[in-house]
Design a protein around this ligand. Structure first.
Ligand code: NAP
Length: 217
């Protein structure tokens, strides 16, 4: 397959690039700073674009079978209550996908993007009020935008719990449609397993227009 990766210079994005290359795909990393991506491979092309400007992305998206996004922002303590990064970026990306005639879009988000009476205590009373609330809310708004305003986009939201850089055990990734897979007893996902799940979804065509919570097996 021809796979384009957004956020390829980040710690999850580079794992997606490596996993896709290992599976034999042709990979196009669309980044803002090509010098930052040191990975070299015959089937890897690194190109520069501005994620907020569809005109710069369209030529690089044309002919791609799927776009996998690991974009994320690292807000300072002063800006954590004002995060709009996810909706600000998904809109120009969708415009570019449409203009390039690419339908398949698989992106990272998080467990608990929606508020639910079933949320665990620590999420409702600690993490959301203290740090993660606006970030998760904005990821939920990104999911809502795709669900309600983009019927033509075959998206999959890959909802991760806390990420780690540990190696994959190689066991099957746990997944469930919904807010979490806490019932599996697994509350962490290594970034390589995120990459494995995203590539599995791209190759199989499964989980279209769904929000899938995952965790390492
Ligand atoms: N950390 C966790 O435990 C956790 C848990 C659940 C979900 N998530 C979500 O998972 C995703 C990946 O997280 P991560 O920690 O692996 O990666 P990350 O550090 O959030 O990676 C950010 C990536 O996005 C790119 N990016 C940011 N702003 C950009 C801009 N204005 N233009 C172009 N590219 C931009 C960065 O490019 P540069 O390298 O050029 O800066 C980098 O490649 C994020 O959406 C995060 O919120 C994280």
């Amino acid at each position: 397959m021809r796979i384009a990766v957004l956020g390829a210079t980040g710690p999850s994005g580079i794992q997606v690039v490596k996993e896709a290359l290992q599976r034999g795909h042709e990979v196009r990393a669309i980044v803002r700073n090509p010098d930052k991506l040191v990975e070299k491979h015959d089937k890897l092309q690194v190109v520069k674009a501005n994620i907020f400007d569809p005109d710069t992305m369209v030529p690089h998206l044309k002919g791609q079978d799927a776009v996998l996004s690991c974009l994320g922002c690292s807000p300072s303590w002063f800006s954590i209550w004002n995060i709009t990064f996810y909706t600000d970026t998904v809109k120009p990306v969708v415009t570019a996908l449409r203009r390039a005639d690419v339908k398949r879009f698989i992106f990272m988000s998080s467990w608990y993007t929606k508020t639910d009476s079933q949320d665990p205590f620590f999420m409702t009373w600690l993490l959301k009020p203290l740090v993660l609330g606006q970030s998760l809310k904005n990821m939920g708004e990104m999911e809502d935008y795709l669900a309600t305003e983009c019927p033509d986009i075959e998206y999959t939201s890959v909802r991760a719990p806390q990420l780690s850089n540990s190696e994959t055990t190689g066991k099957p990734v746990q997944f469930k449609e919904g807010q979490d897979v806490a019932s599996s007893g697994r509350f962490i996902c290594c970034r390589r397993d995120v990459a494995r799940f995203m590539l599995d979804a791209a190759e199989s065509g499964n989980f279209k227009r769904k929000c899938m919570a995952i965790a390492s097996g």
